[in-house]
Design a protein around this ligand. Structure first.
Ligand code: FES
Ligand code: FES
Length: 166
């Protein structure tokens, strides 16, 4: 069957197998940041945004995204510039082996779009499906608090003064 959808603003029109999973399709299209890991809806490493909401691509049929928009981690660094979430993760030392990071960024970006000023408890709850075997989560949670603050500060700077942030 044929489906059409966008990934990171790029349109794809492709043939898929019945029952094909979104994680398989995205990796076939070259989006290797989307990890095919546990395959049991347990780890969150396959998370992508579907119309702005985080979903597990190992539990989403590609047929179901026909006409919809997907975002992977590549959507969040414009022209090589890291997003506030990505910068904060690096600055807080929250990136170790890196395996969980693409999905964590995708999920954290969705959280901050929904809730620009989350508490640490709200961050833990929202991200409880994104497992990390390296960090113990403390540095990741601190990074997301920091990213939220960076985003709020950036949003409050009047147009024309954005350069003062860098
Ligand atoms: S691969 Fe989808 S949740 Fe682990
Ligand atoms: S940094 Fe290694 S799994 Fe998260």
């Amino acid at each position: 069957m044929k489906v059409e959808f966008k990934v990171n603003d790029r349109k794809h029109s492709i043939e898929i197998e019945p029952g094909e999973l979104l994680v398989e399709t995205l990796r076939r299209l070259g989006y290797k940041s989307v990890k095919h890991a546990c395959d049991t809806a347990s780890c969150g490493a396959c998370s992508v945004q579907l119309d702005g909401n985080p979903v597990l691509s190992c539990r989403t049929f590609t047929a179901a995204v026909d006409g919809h928009e997907i975002k992977t981690v590549e959507a969040f660094s414009k022209e090589g510039e890291l997003s506030a979430v990505q910068k904060a993760l690096v600055e807080e030392g929250a990136v170790q082996c890196g395996f969980c990071i693409p999905a964590l960024v995708v999920t954290a970006e969705a959280l901050l779009n929904e809730n620009p000023n989350p508490t640490e408890e709200e961050i833990k709850t929202y991200l409880n499906g994104n497992l990390c075997r390296c960090t113990g989560y403390v540095s990741q949670n601190h990074a997301i608090m920091k990213a939220a603050e960076l985003r709020r500060n950036s949003a409050s700077v009047p147009a024309g003064n954005q350069g003062e942030l860098s």
